[in-house]
Design a protein around this ligand. Sequence first.
Ligand code: 6PG
Length: 268
Amino acid sequence: MAIRVMAGLDEVACEAARIIAAKIGEAASEGRPFTIALSGGSTPKALYKLLAEAPYREGIDWQWVHLFFGDERCVEPRDEESNFRMVQLSLLEGIEIPARNIHRIKGELEPREAASKYEDDIKKSFKGFNEVAGGFFKGALPVFDLVLLGLGSDGHTLSIFPAGEGREELASLEATGLLVVDTDGPGPVSEADKQASPDIRRVTMTPTLVNNARLVIFMVTGKGKARAVARVTGGGEDGTPSPPACRIKPESGELLWLLDDEAASLLE
Ligand code: 6PG
């Protein structure tokens, strides 16, 4: 695990954009598709806007890039809570990327059906990539080049929230062997958190799928995340149930935390 601490959100977004552009350039030079799962919420907007501007808009050969989503709220794609809509407005409208390279989670469908169709899309797409250039599977598991994640102040990531009344335990989700599942929302959230984590049913990649990626990047900023960052990067061993984000431990890939000073303020 590597942790890089920068002054603020702009610097974190710049560093993430630099890394992503470099990784895409490597893949394109080898003639292989680049697969990235985008995170939702609000933090990554600054990154997506950067990628939709010079020098990245023209500098990245988008035809090689396949954009997936780490998770989605179960709403119409035009809904203001939709992660796809956020990505569409901040990134997709600014770049020339083939429509077939955008792998949307169909949040407008019944959640279980949306999860199943998305898992099918991932498997079918990766099978096709593997015919172009090998290395897109480890056993039966698709290998994403990069998974971008955020972190909630409660230690959630993707749409995997701390267990609560009636909410499925993460273990039971993983026990299904599915790579994409539908989950409850965060449950009753504070007014402050309502914007970031609306209590809407979700569709999410599981840690099993994420942990098979070559590179996982957490982008986390702000004082409100400092405690969660300290708990998760410290392994969550403080006697209380460890936050869901502790399950993100890439098998053989890299784990990189891009933090601003505030989010890193409780790290020793
Ligand atoms: C979502 C995200 C979620 C997000 C965190 C952090 O759908 O909301 O996938 O996991 O990354 O809630 O959100 P912010 O970056 O907006 O604080």
